[in-house]
Ligand binder design. Structure first.
Ligand code: BEZ
Length: 211
């Protein structure tokens, strides 16, 4: 069965542009993002890997390690990385898995035969410090992903892992959050002595905790 939210992210060892990695050893207790792309030397993928490289300060700020993947060979990844640096203005600064035997693709269900028998789909997995899968998104080959959205979700995941809150539609870091339904008004009064905006008894908004 395909991986689902809350499942343990399967561990693996794989050849990458930064040498062989063991997923669990490599990520340690950081957050991690594993993202697949269909093919090296293709236009959409080129823009995506450049964008992910440019976001390095944002990943670092959030203690997120990023690893890419396709079924192309290491030599192709290396040659293509030079093109990415030349055209996207940023050198690739994260490992890219060369999953030529599809070992990782099979573990993470990255080949969808009705889309393509041979190419990996554009999936993103956010993996927590506890090695559990927190987010899975899959895009078609013809649509480049929005990595600002992935960052936004990481912000929400990190906040909601620490505090009993949820984040509303289109929420961005710093905006008001929702007090979790499991928190009674009595407990909420202790946590939020300044009160909250009760739009409905089940929709209680407060400024996002800052600690
Ligand atoms: C691309 O990255 O441009 C791409 C890759 C595979 C299929 C279609 C587009």
């Amino acid at each position: 069965m395909a991986l689902q939210l809350g499942d343990t992210a399967p561990n693996f060892t794989a050849a990458t542009t930064d040498g062989e990695i063991d997923l669990y050893d490599w990520k340690g207790d950081s957050w991690a993002i594993l993202f697949s792309h269909p093919k090296d030397f293709t236009p959409v993928c080129t823009t995506e890997l450049g964008a992910v490289a440019r976001l390095k300060p944002e990943w670092d700020k959030r203690n997120v390690k990023v690893v890419g993947l396709s079924v192309d060979e290491l030599t192709n990844h290396a040659a293509w990385s030079a093109d990415i640096e030349e055209t996207q203005g940023s050198a690739v600064n994260f490992p890219i898995i060369a999953d030529t035997d599809r070992k990782v693709s099979d573990l993470y269900d990255l080949i969808h035969p009705n889309a393509s028998d041979t190419l990996t789909v554009r999936s993103v997995f956010v993996i927590g410090p506890d090695n559990k899968v927190k987010l899975i998104i899959t895009y078609p080959a013809s649509t480049g992903r929005n990595f600002d959205e992935i960052l936004r979700v990481v912000d929400s995941l990190q906040l909601t892992a620490k505090h009993k809150v949820a984040t509303p539609v289109n929420w961005k870091h710093g905006e008001d959050v929702i007090i979790a339904g499991a928190v009674s008004d009595e407990d909420a009064k202790l946590q939020y002595p300044g009160g909250w905006n009760a739009v409905k008894p089940y929709l209680r908004l407060v400024p996002a905790p800052t600690d």
